[in-house]
Write a protein that binds this ligand. Sequence first.
Ligand SMILES: Cc1cc2nc3c(=O)[nH]c(=O)nc-3n(C[C@H](O)[C@H](O)[C@H](O)COP(=O)(O)OP(=O)(O)OC[C@H]3O[C@@H](n4cnc5c(N)ncnc54)[C@H](O)[C@@H]3O)c2cc1C
Length: 290
Amino acid sequence: MEFLAPTTWADALAVRQEHPDALALTGGTDVMVEINFDMRRPPALLDLTGVRELSDWSRDGDVVRLGAGVTYTRVIEELGDVLPGLAMAARTVGSPQIRNRGTVGGNLGAASPAGDSHPPLLAGGAEVELASVEGTRTVPIEEFYTGVKQHAGRPDELISAILVRSPSGPQQFSKIGTRNAMVISVSAFGLALHPDEQRIGTGIGSAAPTPRRAVEAESFLSSALDDLGLWESRGALPDSLTREFGDRVKAAASPIDDVRGTAAYRLHSLAVMARRTLTWAWADYAGGIT
Ligand SMILES: Cc1cc2nc3c(=O)[nH]c(=O)nc-3n(C[C@H](O)[C@H](O)[C@H](O)COP(=O)(O)OP(=O)(O)OC[C@H]3O[C@@H](n4cnc5c(N)ncnc54)[C@H](O)[C@@H]3O)c2cc1C
């Protein structure tokens, strides 16, 4: 197996162009498992760990540009206030060792429906930056996932960064697993309140062929909050509203039975997580915490 190890971003893109069948590797926490278990035997590995540009993050106004090689540990330590939903999800990933190596870019590259970065990125309205020697383009996150473990990147492209607006309101993340650490989620849910646009953002994980938003639930809730004047008053949420929101989130999912859980349990747990995350986020909003 050929091992290609560029040390600059320009070289990485040139290598990608020349070797579109090379398997990119950032933290290797998915790739090395697949190779060790002989699930994958790529002709070449494109090791991106030496490309420093990928591990930078920066802020331009209210947009955070997160390099594809930023690890979960750094998201937790450096971006907890800036990208709170993503940081909450990052805290639930694997173990300290996995969080030290694993990256948000790698989670996107794997595009597993169970990846924990996806719900908060969907709820936050992120964009994925894809680059090749031809140039750079951005894809809205909900258009990025194209099938089970499939994404919109072309063979000559690499994921360079994720662009996310820092929030104007509270964010929450919840994940169901068989225990607290080192588990792939049975189901997961991300929620973002966007009071500046009087809009709700959602992200469903592990309960459909791809991560997805609960679009109808989002518009139901934002209209109801508008009708009741709650965006302005920050008053208590009626129970009927949180319940209805949970049911509409559930209706947006299309899970399967598998070794981690049944479709019925996934649907039930999604409705519960949607209700709970809304209650938590609204308590923050009512208390003036963004
Ligand atoms: C023990 C263990 C526990 C885990 N727990 C969790 C968990 O709780 N939640 C969770 O979501 N995941 C979990 N994972 C999976 C994994 O850690 C994550 O998916 C992680 O985000 C992968 O990041 P990475 O940098 O290691 O990716 P890599 O393994 O390097 O790559 C993953 C995929 O992305 C592609 N890729 C990488 N970088 C790029 C790029 N720049 N451009 C294009 N494609 C690219 C690779 O080719 C590969 O297909 C776990 C894994 C292990 C081994």
